[in-house]
Design a protein around this ligand. Sequence first.
Ligand SMILES: [Cu+2]
Length: 88
Amino acid sequence: MSDHRSSARATLLVFAALLVPVDGMACVACAASVKSAVKALPGVVGVEVNLEKRNARVTYFASLLTPDRIVAAIDKLGYTAGMPKDAP
Ligand SMILES: [Cu+2]
């Protein structure tokens, strides 16, 4: 996302945070691959994967990305993403 675009579209950039359950992660490498795949999506600001709680907290701009695309990116890796919830 370039600077001129973000300023021109500032009113559309609604910040959102989701908690996505992720099943199938067995180790730190699994968590790292989930993190990098989600972070590569356009509009994602930050990703924190919690291996013990089996979830990923994703912050993103809602105008650039929808929750189902986050779920799809995780599923594509071979893990199972559950229903995303609004994160605090
Ligand atoms: Cu692993």
